[in-house]
Design a protein around this ligand. Structure first.
Ligand code: ZN
Length: 189
């Protein structure tokens, strides 16, 4: 089922996600709906907050992106990206590795707003998958960027919080308009 993606101004986007204690059929069904919603919106990542749920759960799929490469290492070995996409990641911890890198970013909760964001080029990730099994890997490139962006969402952090002040100032009118439109749509009629 395709879910509604909430936009900037919706309070769920600022909620810190709760840890998921039991990975059951309900969690798997939500993850499956989130994957469907992400694909429908042609995104590479989606966090539970973006469908109005304050949980430490997100999905990513960068397998089809050809112009922005990703790397994936498990147990120190480079592995095939395609074989591990999509990913459902639960209760994720992210450790930065490598130098900061600046690259373009967008967000399904901020339609048509893009900016260059600086983040560590590589990260080490520890999480649970949808079966409740622990996963641990290192990744780089677009996958590392997507995971950091989605992990931020699960902590109530948005990409606008990572923008240099000058960039945010340039976008401020657009951001204010989106925020106001979302708030207006939430008011009871
Ligand atoms: Zn986002």
């Amino acid at each position: 089922m395709v879910l509604e993606i909430v936009k900037y101004g919706h309070p769920a986007l600022r909620e810190r996600g709760e840890k998921i204690r039991q990975i059951d059929q309900t969690v798997r069904a939500l993850a499956a709906d989130m994957l469907e919603t992400m694909r429908d919106a042609q995104g590479v990542g989606l966090a539970a907050q973006q469908v109005g749920r304050a949980l430490q759960l997100f999905v990513v799929d960068v397998g089809e992106v050809e112009d922005r490469p990703s790397t994936l290492e498990i147990g120190g070995q480079l592995v095939s990206l395609e074989a591990h996409m999509p990913m459902v990641l639960i209760n994720t911890e992210v450790q930065p590795l490598g130098e900061p890198e600046t690259g373009p970013e967008g967000c399904l909760s901020f339609p048509e707003i893009y900016a260059d964001i600086t983040r560590p080029r590589q990260v080490q990730v520890q999480a649970l998958n949808e079966e409740g099994d622990p996963v641990r890997f290192c990744c780089g490139g677009l996958l590392a960027r997507a995971i950091q962006h989605e992990h931020d969402h699960t902590r109530g952090i948005l990409f606008i919080d990572r923008m240099p002040r000058s960039v945010k100032t340039e976008l401020q009118a657009e951001l204010d308009a989106l925020h106001a439109a979302t708030k207006a749509s939430l008011r009871p009629r």
